[in-house]
Design a protein around this ligand. Structure first.
Ligand SMILES: O=C(O)C(=O)C[C@@H](O)[C@H](O)[C@H](O)COP(=O)(O)O
Length: 377
């Protein structure tokens, strides 16, 4: 068994504080890492078929080596799994095994599995413990940290869910070695987000190291995951339930979620791809309104393009809509259900430049609609 090497970050939320371990070989050693956080000698693993094929035997063996029994439920891969139907399956699986309030669930997968399993843990028996073992770059740098759990509905992304914090996050960077390039790139979009929100030095570092991160350089990857988790932990500690600052983590998401809803959650547009386009849109709109320089907007566009992420809605049209153009009125309809709408007004994450994102509830929706018509044309 390889020795695990990791760095420890803590998300500070008083009695709900937890550690995020970032490093190598954490799954191989999961038995001893998880042991202090479970109240019974058995756990319930929720995973998907891809992760199960590559890594489930390793996790099960690691738990067994510390006399922890595990039962696994293997779900279909993909965003469509974040549904009421699969939530029902997870809950039925847990109840069939006679869980009780001291049981612990392990979410072993990407953002879809983490969000779905976390939500099941939040609601079954009115809440049981769960541990996140994120297996994709996106889930390691974003969705496994901060306690947002939930599922999609036909009317939009993450519209049903709950804030339920995990007891521990194990971000094992060795798992990224089996991740397809498209998934890596999608996760990388969320890494860039932290630079664009409030860390221009990190963005500069990414300008230099992006290709190394994607190519598999361990130290560049580990640094990127650590900086991202630390940035997210800091914001979530300030504003767990998103009454203010946490909204910044939604940079690019208002546009991105609308694109995902139109694409249909069928794998034709990954979340990270949608928010790559969404972040380009947020910067372009900010530049059009004179809030940020055209130069910064171009730098952002070039950064995503150079690494191979989509920057235009043409990608959505050709990948998801058989070449049909997106309809602005339909996108506006999705955006009207954004969770940052309050009293009928949508708060946008706008920017004054790279690393200077801010929340703006004074953006005129007619201006946004005109901007989108030009962006999509
Ligand atoms: O953790 C957060 O807060 C975020 O907004 C992070 C996002 O990157 C993530 O995609 C989140 O799940 C989106 O949440 P939502 O509230 O906009 O559905």
């Amino acid at each position: 068994m390889n020795k695990e090497t990791y760095e420890r970050l803590t998300l500070d939320l008083e009695d709900r504080s937890y550690d995020i371990l970032v490093g190598e070989n954490l799954v191989t050693n999961a038995g001893s890492l998880v042991r202090p956080f479970i109240k019974q000698d058995r756990t319930f693993i929720i995973t998907d078929e891809n992760v199960a094929r590559h890594h489930l035997p390793t996790l099960e063996a690691a738990l067994r080596s510390k006399n922890i029994e595990s039962h696994a439920l293997i779900l279909p891969f993909g965003e469509q799994t974040k549904s009421f139907a699969q939530l029902d399956r997870v809950i039925d699986f847990l109840l069939k095994h006679n869980i009780d309030r001291k049981s612990t669930l392990i979410a072993f997968g990407g953002g879809v599995i983490g969000d779905l399993a976390g939500f099941a843990a939040a609601v079954v028996m009115r809440g049981i413990d769960f541990i996140q073992i994120p297996t994709t770059l996106l889930s390691q740098v974003d969705s496994s940290v901060g306690g947002k759990t939930g599922i999609n509905t036909a009317r939009g992304k993450n519209l049903v869910g709950s804030f339920h914090q995990p007891k521990l996050v194990l971000a094992d960077t060795s798992l990224l070695e089996t991740l397809p390039n498209r998934e890596l790139l999608a996760g990388y979009a969320e890494v860039v987000k932290y630079g664009l929100i409030n860390d221009p030095q990190f963005f500069d570092w990414l300008e230099d190291k992006a290709h190394k991160i994607i190519a598999g350089d361990i130290s560049a990857r580990t640094h990127a995951v650590l900086v991202s988790c630390a940035a997210k932990a800091k914001i979530v500690a300030l504003d767990e339930k998103e009454s203010g600052a946490r909204g910044l983590l939604n940079l690019g998401h208002t546009f991105g979620h609308a694109l995902e809803a139109e694409a249909g959650y069928n794998g034709s547009l990954l979340h990270g791809e949608a928010i790559s386009i969404g972040m380009v849109m947020a910067h372009d709109l900010s530049a059009e309104l004179g809030l940020c320089s055209e130069q910064d907007a171009q730098t952002v566009r070039a950064h995503f393009k150079n690494i191979g992420l989509p920057i235009s809605t043409d990608y959505v049209s050709s990948n998801a809509l058989g070449g049909k153009k997106l309809e602005v009125s339909r996108l506006m309809d999705h955006m009207s259900r954004d969770k940052k709408v309050s009293n009928g007004r949508l708060t946008f994450v706008m920017t004054k430049g790279i690393g200077q994102a801010y929340l703006d509830n004074a953006v005129d929706m007619a201006v946004v609609s005109d901007f989108m018509k030009r962006f999509i044309a």
